[in-house]
Design a protein around this ligand. Sequence first.
Ligand SMILES: C[S@@+](CC[C@H](N)C(=O)[O-])C[C@H]1O[C@@H](n2cnc3c(N)ncnc32)[C@H](O)[C@@H]1O
Length: 247
Amino acid sequence: MSLWYIILIILSVIILFLLIFGLPRKKSTRSPNIEGLDRPEVAKAYDKMTDILPFRILRKKIISRIRKLNPSGRLIDAGCGPGNLIVQLAKEFPTLELIGMDISNEILERAKIRATKHERKIEFKEGSIENLPFPNEYANFIISTFSLHHWINPDRAFQEIYRVLKKEGIALIFDFRRDSRKFYYGFLTFVTKIVAPKALKNVNEPMGSLKSSYTPLEVQELVSKEQIKDITIKPMLAWMFVQINKH
Ligand SMILES: C[S@@+](CC[C@H](N)C(=O)[O-])C[C@H]1O[C@@H](n2cnc3c(N)ncnc32)[C@H](O)[C@@H]1O
């Protein structure tokens, strides 16, 4: 490899690093966006997109976070979408009882198809996080990824999560943070305008999700309104983990 080639690679890495970490965070007001995953063409396009590399990397991150929390018993994936995460969890945690739930029947059907390709049994339930179709203290673990920004009544959703969690249970919510560094706004504009399938472009996704997400501070305020005492928010580059422990 020539010296110039090595210098070019080093310079590109430095520029990328400066772009990611050097640009300031975006300050904007929240614009809710219901992208309509219950529409067949949107559900199909989202299902396809979740198989691409950035989604897989994020799922790995989420799974490694779940592993650190040592889950056992019954886990609910609330807003499970096309089921990529829950199917992966079935492989990684063979003793967990797994339930995927989602408000959209269209996307749940896709999750069921994905799950049938695997040997582990996964239960699926249609319902809203704002009125969870489970009794009190039913789950040891509730995970929810990229769904929080869709919830019409997040106060109610957090109450429901807390109600359904068993004592000593944990809820882990992962979502975009709207105050991401500007690099990610640029990146998601590119993905939305150029890379995303047409059905997603038409509903301004994934950019719409970023714009309709919350900031860590807003989530802290939302959860504090409820009787939830033990909450930890881990803000990251363009996303955040919200962990609720029930005692
Ligand atoms: C962007 S998708 C994320 C899907 C999946 N969790 C993932 O990480 O790929 C958001 C999901 O949340 C679901 N959703 C939106 N509002 C909901 C609610 N109130 N209750 C349950 N699911 C909801 C949508 O139907 C959709 O499947």
